[in-house]
Design a protein around this ligand. Sequence first.
Ligand code: ADP
Ligand code: MG
Length: 248
Amino acid sequence: MSPAKGEKLIEVKGLEKHFKHVEVLRGINIDICKGDVVAVIGPSGSGKSTFLRCLNLLEEPTGGQIVFEGVDITSKETKIDQMRQKIGMVFQQFNLFTNMTVLDNVSAGPVLVKGMKKDEARKLAQSLLERVGLGDRGGAYPIQLSGGQQQRVAIARALAMQPDVMLFDEPTSALDPEMVHEVLDVIQQLAREGMTMVVVTHEMGFAREVANRVVFIDEGVIMEEAAPAEFFGSPKNPRLKDFLGKVL
Ligand code: ADP
Ligand code: MG
């Protein structure tokens, strides 16, 4: 059963990730609760993507624990495929299936992974495309869409698995500036609907307005975490002050 709003959804305890000799994550601790929108910011190379990828075990942690809905997903006994279905992910590069229509991109996962009937999956996909403002583009191929539209399809595709949390890794970084808003608006709408989300972003306005918690990762640890007003209004860590000085 999914936890109720405000209950812990993901507990990250002392998470570490090394690649050979490189220590990328050096002990990340954070609890993510149902309904949280956590914005993650930090310099390039600080471990933000690695952190997100560890949350759904696209990267295998080398230390620490991730407890998802009460289940230790870092334990060898856990069936990760089942857990992963509950964790949607959207990447900077949209990663759509280029040889499939938009509707098929969105309906494929439920059919292949969840065994949903094709008709039902197509209905679900159509309703999700409508939700991201692309109800009339189901028959198109990804290459026929703009970057912003493709990213909205990628969001619909992730939602089709009916995840309990959505992870976004710089969802607007590959977009032309005029398309950033249409994607952020969709994410903001999800936030209003109560979706739990972790969003790595360089969009400080978005972090301030949409997130309820902002996290600064630097050198593989969380250096500061606060509600947006405090985070941006009175940052404490000198490295965060320096970072905000450069990006704001
Ligand atoms: P960010 O997303 O904050 O820019 P990343 O998590 O992508 O940072 O990367 C953090 C560090 O980990 C970087 O120094 C990067 O080179 C290193 N890294 C990431 N993935 C790998 C990998 N598969 N093998 C070796 N090093 C990696
Ligand atoms: Mg990254």
